[in-house]
Design a binder for this molecule. Structure first.
Ligand code: DAT
Ligand code: MG
Length: 153
């Protein structure tokens, strides 16, 4: 089965609300493989590059401030597996938590679009861009899940 990678980040509000374990648990339990993990307060330059597509939006400045102010760090992750980019977005739920289905991460744990606790790449192109932006190649682990044949067929 073809494997792909996506960038998932627990935002400062998700870290502050102690949801890191819950979020990792959902991706692990689904059968995805963790290949990158780091905690950092992103620089303004990193956050602005990460959200470059949104730079003309009225909320851009506030978004970058909230990601970078250091009141809590961000936990950046790379997850690998079948259809993980699209499935990751489904597991996150809609951008506006008031529209997110119950059972999704946003639908279960938050209510405000400005505090929606988690980021996930929205396409193959953005996943590649974001993984490259947040991680060096030598920070990504090349390993085999021992139970892969019970997850992938
Ligand atoms: P997503 O995070 O679901 O990919 P996006 O890329 O459109 O959504 O926007 C990035 C983040 O910007 C989003 O998670 C929260 C914030 N945001 C988006 N729309 C917003 C709005 N109308 N008001 C405030 N923040 C917003
Ligand atoms: Mg987005």
């Amino acid at each position: 089965t073809p494997q792909e990678r996506t960038f998932i980040a627990v935002k400062p509000d998700g870290v502050q609300r102690a949801l890191v374990g819950e979020i990792i648990k959902r991706f692990e339990a689904r059968g995805y493989k963790l290949v990158g993990l780091k905690m950092l307060v992103p620089s303004k330059a990193l956050a602005e590059k990460h959200y470059a597509d949104l730079r003309t939006k009225p909320f851009f400045k506030g978004l970058v401030e909230y990601m970078t102010n250091g009141k809590a760090p961000v936990v950046g992750m790379v997850w690998e597996g079948q259809d993980v980019i699209r499935q990751g977005r489904r597991m996150l739920g809609a951008t506006n938590p008031l529209e997110s289905d119950a059972g999704t991460i946003r639908g279960d744990f938050c209510i405000s679009i400005g505090r929606n606790i988690i980021h996930g790449s929205d396409s193959y192109e953005s996943a590649l861009k974001e993984i490259t932006l947040w991680f060096n190649e030598n920070e990504l682990a090349d390993w085999q899940l021992a139970n892969t044949e019970w997850i992938n067929s």
